[in-house]
Design a protein around this ligand. Sequence first.
Ligand code: ARG
Length: 379
Amino acid sequence: MASRLHAKCQKVTISNWFRIRRANFSMCPFALPTHRQTTTFRLGSGSVCSLAASFAGRFLGPLVKTRTFGMTPGGGRLRNPRTEVRPFGSPLLPQVLIARYHFEMAKRVLVCPPTYFEVVDHKNPYMSDKAVVDKAKAQQQWQGLCSALESAGCQIETIVPVAGLEDMVFAANPVFVGFHESVGKFIVPSHMVHASRQQEVPRYVEWYRQRGFKIVEIDLGSDYLEGHGDLLWHPDGSCIYAAYGFRSTRGGIEKFSDVMSKMGIAVTRLRLVDPYCYHLDTCLCPLNGEAALIYPGAYDSESLATLRRSWPRLHELTVAEAHKFMGNGIVVNGSYLTPYITPHLEEILRQEGLKPVVLDTSEFEKSGGSLFCMKAFLP
Ligand code: ARG
């Protein structure tokens, strides 16, 4: 019975570009797909599989031990899955059937057209008063990013740009996006340091609200928190790396960590010390569950030690590579989208089984941003 049900699930889902995979082998679906993964999203309790499994379980026996995976954004597995006893299920029914399932499908990604993109003030060391944005070129480069994401199997979603919000193209910053079993898909609105960027936040929040995301408001007071600029999921969803020093404040990260820990999500705090790496996404780029790119000069010694303990393989970018945003790339379905490439980075990517895809982002670099900041993966 169990294997027939399992086979049926496989048959239902393998069709077309859906592929079923067991929860305990899947990785965080929207944060970091690797070459072993396309995209996953978590099926709710109404899914064919869980329904079939629990239906069968109810009829087959009294109790079965099942594994509960503390789901994180999009259902990544936690390192210490809890084992619990459920009041239904059957010893005859293998755990595989009761485990939650994930589908692999086109990864959804949110971007914002650079219609009003400009360099108007000095928010970070890359921005110069004299920088003039070539609008046509910016549009072309943004289009290049969208095409590359689509070629990598992503489904693009857009938010309408707003006149006067010159940095709205940096979709990674105004909210932090996550998924957790207890709340489903959620966002944490940012408190941006700069006035024009603060106005982006309600626009993005509304976009997510309309699409069913729960809004986890944190009372940040006078503290700052800048979304995925400073908050990065571990690819397996086991924790969030959270940095402060230039944009997000220590207090902001602490408040964020308190709220996340109540939801059962661990947060690893890091302190940034290089003003050219003012956001964490310029100096930490997880490549898969075991390897990450870092620029060591961006961290204080304690944070660096923490990173070294956390990752089996830590690849170090040079200062020149980091300041050229080579750590601000996007890992997507076996590719690493990067604004530049060096033989050194190419070798790292080769070791990690990633194919470099070089995309020009020169216009956005004038504003201190590149590929990673220009999108938000959605659960
Ligand atoms: N001009 C923008 C700012 O300073 C760039 C943001 C780039 N985003 C990033 N995550 N690094 O806020």
